[in-house]
Design a binder for this molecule. Structure first.
Ligand code: SF4
Ligand code: SF4
Length: 67
């Protein structure tokens, strides 16, 4: 899945324009990718001039349940 780093994002909106799924929206002033709409095409990452979008392993950001 893809995520946006809010610390480097300049809110230029290029990724929103590039996303074919309207998966990127502004939530509480921060550009955010909705993982339910995102199809992992990578178009947003390609257009981001600031390197603010990157692909992460879902398992790395979803906390594992305690056993
Ligand atoms: S293209 Fe990059 S810098 Fe521009 S709004 Fe999207 S994530 Fe932020
Ligand atoms: S990877 Fe593709 S579908 Fe997902 S947010 Fe980026 S442009 Fe949209």
């Amino acid at each position: 899945m893809f995520v946006i780093d809010p610390d480097t994002c300049t809110a230029c909106d290029s990724c929103m324009d590039a996303c074919p799924c309207d998966a990127i929206s502004i939530v509480d002033g921060v550009h955010t990718i909705d993982p339910d709409l995102c199809v992992d095409c990578g178009a947003c990452m390609d257009v981001c001039e600031f390197g603010s979008i990157f692909e992460v392993d879902e398992a790395d950001i979803i906390p594992k349940k305690d056993v």
